[in-house]
Design a protein around this ligand. Structure first.
Ligand code: NAP
Length: 400
């Protein structure tokens, strides 16, 4: 029925009826997905008069896949996502004890999803620990393929660690304690520059005033320090007409109409997002810094229940909520579907369906302002009425 999304000359080519694979997820996933799909379909009908519609294609992963196929992550799922390029997923159970391949790792490797994108913005009425949570409105671009998370590490006392340790001592005079565990932190110009370029392109496209490179280059000079250098370099070489370094922007920052490129040391950035959040719009950062910073920022605007995310490469993207399966509420039609719904908004924005993305955000804001919210928000919002997952979806649609 539907058509395939394509990617040509660095741009998405999106038909009116794209096929988009989805993984409903484990635990509360089915409740959340049902509500989310209703919102997506209703919003598209509303903004396009029925012209645009997604042909949803279910693909299996996690417990449902295991029950039906004996495989936690069937090859057909990876193949369908590769074929259709863009997918959305609910949370998946990670069985304790391991043994199964992580879907996120498999997809990241297969599709080279090098940017982990986390928009963090406040919705009026959501309980937050901050006095002025609305001042934080950032989109975090976290590098997804390099840095210490690549998993090149060796256990203390292992033959690999012992040999590497001896090599580093003998060849380079490195001072490392006997019996240490060792981890490698690879960071490349290529990996850094494609991530920073993506962040800058986003800032230009959405008219955001700045991109901040967050690094720990004062200590790790050749990895994190290089991230900073390579970041400024790609801004200069690829986006000279559209960007300006903070040092040259002078007092009238932002007045030039260009995207201001700044950098901050990671530890200081944690203070900055608390004390001067309005000075930051887009953040580009290596993997580990981004991991910490994303959750810290999300906590400021009211927590993980509303935090969407996307893993994006060139011509491939997978969107997902950042919370887990909340298994104790499975099947109760109770939890907040906001994160998957906002992940869908991100997906539509990425595909150029900005009207749908804006409508979803409007609907969600409206439902929260009207104080018809799921239990997690209701318990913290005096006077709010608690509604079910499915009713919350209806409230969102009513407020589009
Ligand atoms: P979790 O599923 O995120 O749930 C922890 C708590 O967060 C819940 O008990 C609930 O708090 C709250 N919560 C999470 N999602 C919510 C929602 N949509 N609406 C309202 N409240 C929500 O974390 P977990 O219990 O540590 O992990 C459960 C499973 O999910 C594990 O197997 C884990 O590996 C997996 N996981 C998957 C992903 C993923 O696929 N992306 C991410 C993280 C974890 P209250 O009980 O206080 O109301």
């Amino acid at each position: 029925m539907g058509d395939r999304i394509d990617f040509r000359d660095g741009r998405w080519v999106v038909p009116d009826r794209p096929v988009i694979p989805y993984i409903e997820g484990d635990g509360t996933g089915p409740d959340i997905w049902r509500a989310s799909q209703r919102v997506f379909d209703a919003v598209l009908t509303k903004v396009s008069g029925g012209k645009r519609r997604v042909e949803w294609l279910e693909v299996l992963a996690g417990e449902k896949a295991f029950k039906q196929t004996g495989n936690w992550l069937p090859e057909e799922t990876l193949e369908a996502i590769r074929r259709h390029r863009v997918a959305i997923k609910g949370p998946l159970t990670t069985p304790v004890g391991g043994g199964i391949r992580s879907l996120n790792v498999a997809l990241r490797q297969l599709l080279d999803l090098y940017a982990c994108i986390r928009p963090v913005r406040y919705f009026a009425g959501v309980p937050s620990p901050m006095r002025e949570p609305e001042k934080l409105d950032v989109v975090i671009y976290r590098e997804n393929t390099e840095d210490v998370y690549t998993g090149v590490e060796y256990a203390a006392g292992s033959p690999e660690a012992s040999r590497l340790l001896a090599f580093l001592r003998d060849q380079f005079g490195a001072k490392i304690r006997d019996g240490s565990a060792l981890g490698i932190k690879p960071m490349s110009r290529f990996g850094t520059q494609r991530l920073v370029a993506k962040a800058i392109e986003y800032a230009i496209k959405t008219r955001r005033p700045s991109v901040t490179l967050v690094h720990k280059g004062n200590i790790m000079k050749f990895t994190e320090g290089a991230f900073r250098e390579w970041g400024y370099e790609v801004a200069r070489e690829k986006f000279a007409g559209n960007t300006i370094p903070e040092t040259e922007a002078g007092k009238g920052k932002g007045d030039t109409g260009k995207v201001v490129i700044k950098d901050r040391i990671a530890d200081s950035m944690f203070q900055q997002v608390l004390l001067r959040p309005e000075e930051y719009a887009v953040i580009a950062t290596p993997n580990l810094n981004g991991d910490y910073l994303s959750d810290a920022c999300v906590a400021q605007i009211g927590g993980l229940g509303m935090a969407p995310g996307g893993n994006v490469g060139d011509g491939y993207a997978v969107f997902e909520a950042t919370h887990g399966t909340a298994p104790k509420y499975a099947g109760l039609d109770k939890v907040n579907p906001g994160a998957v719904i906002l992940s869908g908004a991100m997906m539509f924005e990425e595909l150029g369906w900005t009207d749908a993305a804006e409508a979803i955000t409007r609907g969600l804001s409206g439902a929260i302002t009207a104080r018809s919210v799921t239990y997690d928000l209701a318990r913290q919002m005096p006077g709010a009425s608690e509604v079910s997952t499915s009713r919350f979806a209806e409230c969102i649609i009513e407020h589009v």
